[in-house]
Write a protein that binds this ligand. Structure first.
Ligand SMILES: Cc1ncc(COP(=O)(O)O)c(C=O)c1O
Length: 385
């Protein structure tokens, strides 16, 4: 019945985990869900209020423009300038997206012909690989290994693969490993892209979830990056707005234009009222982001302390709200997550769900309160592992 591209989709591990979780809840277990990468706190009230006003204005009820409200894109450009000293022309070098997932899924349609290759990290957000396959392309896996700081080794990509590659996806701060990129690594990527004519898509969905005074470098800060790539910024995690579906792309105008051509033939843009609320998010004080990061820091420290007591030592992540922990040696990641759920009522995501190179790890999301994380740690401490 289904097209080959649907039949070729891998089994959706996350649906299986959800099912196992529901069974535990039905049994009356008080499940602590550290699986979901969805902030538990509400969107800050000044953003919600701005949306309430915008939604009342009939001007915002019409079809939005394909490339997004110019006022939103100007706010995005100003935010890039103010927070990162990045200069982009809002009219030609930015584009509103209905969440960054939308941009990730659509961009291969603009640059990949059947048989072309996209370079995709593993472990990773699954949409890089699936978006490539939906466009008829072939994903080439770039393993993210702990010994390389979870950065891909560009020198190990075979020449014949490079020759067929049109696109490379990157994501730092990284989901699921929480690794961060160095400026030197991004410089290497710019050179690689220039030499091999490859479009870089840097997914910066966790751009501002940072701790301990760390500031995560942006790809567009690098000399030459504007010639070879775009960067995707999402309001989802930065402002607890996952449900609103709002993000923007910034960078090279031809690449932006390519993505825009796909979008204008598939969707009709983001609701103007949401973009107006997005302006409020980007243009107001960023104190709410700092406050949230303090909250994540104490959650992180609570979890790491507990893991250490269990013999699972993890270096404190500098960014993202994930902790990527090695599983005890005798377990596969799925077995360990099953044990956590069945014996301790804790949901965590097995690393293999993000690709074969995620095996050996488990991802905890810091999207529950310190009290709940403390409770999880206490329960884990009682496990015999
Ligand atoms: C790495 C990464 N990219 C993109 C997304 C999608 O975010 P958005 O809500 O902007 O579509 C996520 C969501 O979890 C993510 O982890």
């Amino acid at each position: 019945m289904y097209a080959d591209r649907i039949n070729a989709l891998p089994a959706y591990l996350f649906a299986t985990i959800d099912e196992a979780k529901s069974k535990m809840v039905e049994k009356g277990v008080d499940v602590i869900d550290l699986g979901v990468g969805d902030p538990d706190k509400p969107t800050p009230s000044h953003i919600v209020e701005s949306m309430c006003e915008a939604v009342k204005d009939p001007q915002n009820h019409k079809y939005p423009s394909y490339s997004g409200l110019i006022e939103f894109r100007k706010a995005a450009a100003k935010w890039l300038k103010d927070t990162r000293n990045i200069n982009v022309d809002p009219a030609t070098e930015t584009l509103t997206m209905i969440g960054s997932k939308e941009g990730v899924a659509h961009i291969p349609l603009a640059f990949i012909n059947p048989g072309d290759v996209a370079l995709v990290p593993d472990p990773a957000y699954p949409v890089y690989k699936i978006g490539t396959q939906f466009a008829g392309g072939k994903p080439h896996i770039m393993p993210l290994l702990e010994e390389n700081g979870f950065l891909p080794d560009l020198d190990s990509i075979p020449q014949d693969i490079i020759a067929k590659s049109k696109l490379m996806f990157l994501n730092y701060p990284n989901n699921p490993t929480s690794a961060t990129a160095t400026v030197d690594f991004f410089k290497e990527v710019v050179d690689f892209a220039e030499d091999n004519n490859i479009v870089i898509v840097h997914d910066n969905a966790y751009s501002d979830i940072v701790f301990d005074g760390y500031k995560s470098p942006s790809f567009l800060e690098i000399d030459g990056a504007m010639d070879v790539g775009i960067e995707l910024y999402s309001l989802s995690k930065t402002y607890n707005m996952t449900g609103w579906r709002l993000a923007f792309a910034a960078g090279n105008s031809e690449i932006i234009n390519g993505l825009g051509k796909v979008k204008s033939n598939i969707d009709s843009g983001a609701f103007d009222a949401i973009q107006k609320a997005g302006i409020t998010a980007l243009a107001s004080s960023q104190q709410c982001v700092e406050d949230m990061n303090k909250t994540y820091t104490s959650r992180r420290d609570t979890l790491l302390k507990g893991l250490k007591e269990m013999g699972l030592e993890v270096k404190p992540p500098k960014a993202t709200f994930y902790v990527w922990a090695p599983v005890p040696e005798k377990y596969k990641s799925i077995e360990f997550s099953k044990l956590l759920l069945e014996e301790a009522g804790i949901v965590a995501t097995p690393g293999v769900g993000f690709g074969e190179y995620g095996e050996g790890y488990i991802r905890f999301a810091l999207t529950r309160s310190v009290d709940r994380i403390s409770e999880a740690v206490e329960r884990m401490g009682k496990l015999e592992i």
